[in-house]
Ligand binder design. Structure first.
Ligand code: FAD
Length: 305
């Protein structure tokens, strides 16, 4: 590894070499990162990006790792864990309130804090793991709502380290997709997200959050996973298709299609990405054969096989 680059990075904070990425995602799977750095402020994040660009090293931004399957060969170059968590607001804005939050903040924690203090608009997000930045990339959503419903804008850093403000329309958000996932904003990083909220009744909001927590708890399996593996095709929900082709509870190695929710795949302990990919391919090919439907991944793939 380039020593000059490592010196620059070490000046910003602790640096880990060959860090197992299985420690840094909800699946508990993935090979090592050549270089791993956790950015706790926007300044650290931008400085780390700048150092990597100066030395022509590839960068992978990791949020909470709740929507990613990191392959067994790991990730070359620099992995930056986005641990930024600054929040401004809520402040009155037009008929409502505006919050600007750093992209590394836990989306669920922010949603809970705002709901419990009487701001409405994010109750549906109180159980979605991951960072706010990850939510912007995937237009995270639940119960018929998504980030787009409350999004006012984002600040993004481009590969030249310039900051651009973008409006929701420019991000082209739809079901678990955005200009990021489609590749139009490759190597751009979400720095902060502006949200538009309204005043609500804290007791009612708390009750609503409790109700949604209970629904989620009943529907989703425990254990290490990355949420829904496949997007729901227009014809049928992905879980139904996986179930129809007889894969409920099917195992390859230490990876299992959940008995409880067949669009969730579980790492039973020591599963590798190869096991998960084999399960995904099995589901995809059986569904293609039987229904003529091509499943699309919801989970991002990163790294080398
Ligand atoms: C148990 C469980 C339940 C879930 N339920 C839901 C649900 O109800 N609804 C839903 O929508 N999702 C759900 N998910 C999926 C996941 O929580 C969301 O997709 C979340 O928004 C991902 O955020 P993250 O920070 O974990 O992203 P990561 O997994 O860390 O990253 C995913 C991708 O986004 C990129 N990325 C992350 N942050 C940035 C940034 N700041 N700038 C640019 N690129 C970035 C990464 O490079 C990577 O390619 C669930 C996951 C789990 C494990």
């Amino acid at each position: 590894m380039n020593e000059a680059f490592l010196d620059e990075l070490r000046a910003l904070g602790p640096v880990l070499l060959d860090e197992p990425l299985s420690r840094h995602n909800t699946f508990g799977i993935g090979g090592p990162a050549d270089v791993y750095f956790a950015a706790h402020s926007e300044e650290q994040l931008r400085d780390a990006l700048r150092a990597a660009h100066r030395h022509s090293l590839p960068v992978f931004i990791l949020g909470a790792g709740s929507n990613v399957l990191i392959l067994d060969g790991g990730i070359r170059g620099l992995v930056i864990e986005n641990a930024t968590d600054h929040v401004e607001g809520p402040v009155p804005n037009g008929a409502g309130f505006k919050v600007r939050a750093a992209s590394g903040i836990s989306f669920a924690a922010l949603a809970r804090r705002l709901s419990f203090t009487g701001y409405t608009g994010l109750e549906w997000a109180c159980g979605i793991p991951g960072t706010l930045g990850g939510a912007a990339v995937y237009n995270a959503g639940a119960y018929g709502k998504s980030l787009l419903d409350v999004l006012k804008g984002v600040r993004i850093v481009d590969p030249q380290n310039g900051i651009v403000e973008m409006r929701p329309q420019e991000l082209a958000l739809d079901y678990r997709n955005s200009a990021f996932t489609r590749g139009a904003l490759r190597d751009h990083v979400v720095l902060s997200v502006d949200l538009a909220l309204q005043k609500g009744d804290p007791d009612e909001l708390r009750a609503r959050v409790r109700e949604l927590d209970a629904r989620r708890l009943a529907a989703q399996p425990r254990g290490r996973n990355a949420g829904s593996m496949f997007k729901n095709p227009a014809e049928h929900p992905a879980w139904w298709l996986v179930d129809q082709v007889g894969l409920r509870g099917h195992r390859i190695g230490n990876a299992e299609i959940s008995q409880q929710h067949t669009n969730f795949f579980l790492n039973l302990g020591g599963a590798n990405a190869t096991d998960v990919l084999a399960l995904m391919e099995l589901a995809r090919s059986r569904i293609r054969e039987r229904f003529g439907i091509e499943l699309e991944n919801e989970v991002a793939m990163a790294g080398e096989p």
